[in-house]
Design a protein around this ligand. Structure first.
Ligand code: DC
Length: 232
């Protein structure tokens, strides 16, 4: 019998390691990796370019009703295209991080992106990472993980990421932004970041990517064994 293609949700705050771990897990399982934060960032970038304010629901509605978002995985890097334009790097600035968190409060934006995410994952065989995957996008996901880490460590990771890309940032400022963005994402009224009741909590503070992905793979294998015995 062919293995059932699972939907795996990974939620958690910024800098918890969702992308690194999610990409590696998807690679090991031969699954699609869907970075839903990149989708909010893509919409934020396009909104910024058009001078749209986060409160302007009408303009946001026009934007999300026509925007085309797709992912390609060529070589080592997963790329994101918005309306055919490769925005993989442009969406990673501190300015777009803040703006994405702001526009993610919009009902119109969330509804449109959730629809696209459900469509992308409908065949199964997907690792989706974000803030509301296990609670809203796929509440019936086969497996749910909630990845977390100490704020200081998450700030350090973000700082390292920027430094490696040659973006000049101040550590204290980066840490402050990480904490502020968490608060923003956890306190919004629509689909706030929170751990689903049935999500497995993994603290990544002092653990390597390999260790965490290894643990996730063991949980996936256990889930499969469990499902098989259940069917008999
Ligand atoms: O994961 P990220 O840092 O790239 O996400 C950028 C912002 O997008 C984040 O601050 C909140 C928003 N987001 C969201 O509201 N829901 C998701 N599923 C993913 C991201």
């Amino acid at each position: 019998m062919e293995d059932k293609k699972l939907i795996i949700a990974i939620d958690g705050p910024s800098g918890a390691g969702k992308s690194t771990v999610g990409k590696e897990l998807a690679k090991r399982l031969g699954y699609l990796y869907i970075d839903t934060g990149a989708m909010y960032r893509g919409v934020a970038l396009k909104a910024k370019e058009r001078g749209i304010e986060p409160e302007d629901e009408k303009a946001l509605s026009q934007l999300v009703s026509s925007i085309q978002i797709s992912f390609t995985s060529g070589g080592e890097e997963n790329r994101i295209l918005c309306d055919g334009e490769d925005v993989t790097h442009a969406i990673r600035s501190p300015e777009i991080s803040r703006f994405a968190s702001e526009i993610s409060k919009s009902r119109i934006v969330r509804e449109a992106l959730v629809r696209m995410q459900r469509e992308m994952g409908k065949e199964g065989g997907g690792v989706l990472e974000g803030r509301d995957i296990g609670t809203v996008v796929f509440p019936d996901a086969d497996l749910k993980f909630y990845l977390d880490a100490d704020p200081e460590e998450r700030g350090r990771r973000r700082f390292r990421e920027f430094s490696e890309k040659g973006v000049e940032v101040d550590f204290k400022e980066t840490l402050k932004e990480v904490v502020e963005r968490d608060q923003n994402d956890m306190s919004r009224s629509l689909s706030p970041l929170k751990r689903a009741d049935d999500a497995i909590l993994i603290d990544s503070t002092c653990r390597s990517v390999d260790e965490i992905v290894g643990e996730m793979c063991r949980i996936v294998a256990e889930k499969r064994r469990w499902d098989e015995t259940d069917y008999r």
